[in-house]
Design a protein around this ligand. Structure first.
Ligand SMILES: [Zn+2]
Length: 176
């Protein structure tokens, strides 16, 4: 990877997560990537695969937690930091608490479903017996750009699909 950020900085790991998100993008999935780090080493990584896996829980954070749990031989993952390109949803925030992840750093805020403060405040709710350190908005512009590019492309594809289906199946259309 290109070294444009200080090694092991938040930006460095977010940049890494962006590359994971790119894999989701290439697979037609909403581009979200996540990497779980302990002592500056990758313990697990993942990207959104809900569509291809037919699995509503296959978000990037969950995939990273699963991989890290296997690598560590433990579902508790203390002293770890999770870097993810989009603010976690309620499900992922809950999983991060169960795993005892120490710190969460995310890129883009999700103003519709974000559970790290934007809509819900799951990660910092003092009623849980574990709270995380939270940093949002790291490499935010890059993360937003990637998501917007994906949705723009998808909308365009849907428009083209619609256009094609109306021109090929319209009963009033004159063939030849
Ligand atoms: Zn999620």
């Amino acid at each position: 990877m290109s070294i444009q950020f200080p090694i092991y900085s938040d930006e460095y790991w977010l940049h890494y997560a962006l590359q994971l998100a790119e894999r989701a993008y290439q697979q037609g999935e909403v581009p979200v990537g996540a990497v779980l780090v302990r002592d500056n080493q990758i313990l697990g990584e993942g990207w959104n695969q809900s569509i291809s896996q037919h699995d509503a829980t296959a978000h990037a954070e969950i995939m990273a937690l699963r991989a890290a749990g296997l690598a560590a031989g433990n579902y508790r993952l203390p002293h770890t930091s999770l870097y993810v390109t989009l603010e976690p949803c309620v499900m992922c925030a809950g999983a991060l608490l169960h795993a005892r992840v120490e710190r969460v750093v995310f890129g883009a805020y999700d103003l519709k479903t974000g559970a790290a403060g934007s809509v819900f405040d799951v990660l910092l709710d003092i009623r849980h017996n574990h709270q995380v350190q939270l940093t949002g908005g790291v490499l935010q512009a890059d993360c937003i750009t990637q998501l917007q590019a994906f949705f723009k492309e998808r909308r365009l594809a849907q428009k083209l699909d619609k256009l094609n289906s109306t021109t090929t199946s319209s009963p009033t259309s004159t063939e030849n």
